[in-house]
Design a protein around this ligand. Structure first.
Ligand SMILES: [Zn+2]
Length: 129
């Protein structure tokens, strides 16, 4: 399936590859964390979410589709609320969270990876679970 979708162009994949080039260790979509973050840097307890501009209603790029407007508007609202809920749950478990937008990854995977690395290094080192 990954091959069919052209997985190497998916923002998550681009960011993961850039983090790997920086030798950052992370898990992907860990089921033991709320919201199964795209990337979890366990030794710093940083959860990274790569948000698609459409699904997560990016302020710069989200437009409600022309058809079924109410359906899509509600869907976007629900997703944004769920994102906030997941972040709060992670925070309560002692995890920091950060969001990387699809448009940023497309512009510069390396720049995003650098930002994630910098953020993670500001966090105290955690015991790996
Ligand atoms: Zn965007």
């Amino acid at each position: 399936m990954a091959k069919i979708r052209g997985d190497s162009l998916v923002p998550e994949t681009l960011l993961k590859a850039a983090l790997e080039r920086r030798a950052i260790k992370f898990d992907t979509n860990p089921t033991d964390l709320p919201g199964k973050p795209d990337i979890a840097i366990r030794d710093r307890r940083l959860a990274v979410f790569v948000h698609g501009c459409f699904w997560h209603a990016c302020a710069a790029h989200y437009r409600t589709p022309r058809t079924r407007r109410r359906f899509w508007a509600k869907k976007a609202r629900d997703n944004v609320r769920r994102d906030a809920r997941v972040r709060r749950r992670l925070n309560r478990l002692g995890w920091a969270t950060t969001v990387v937008w699809e448009h940023s990854v497309r512009l510069s995977p390396e720049g995003c990876a650098e930002r994630v690395e910098r953020r993670s290094k500001k966090l105290p080192r955690a015991k790996t679970q």
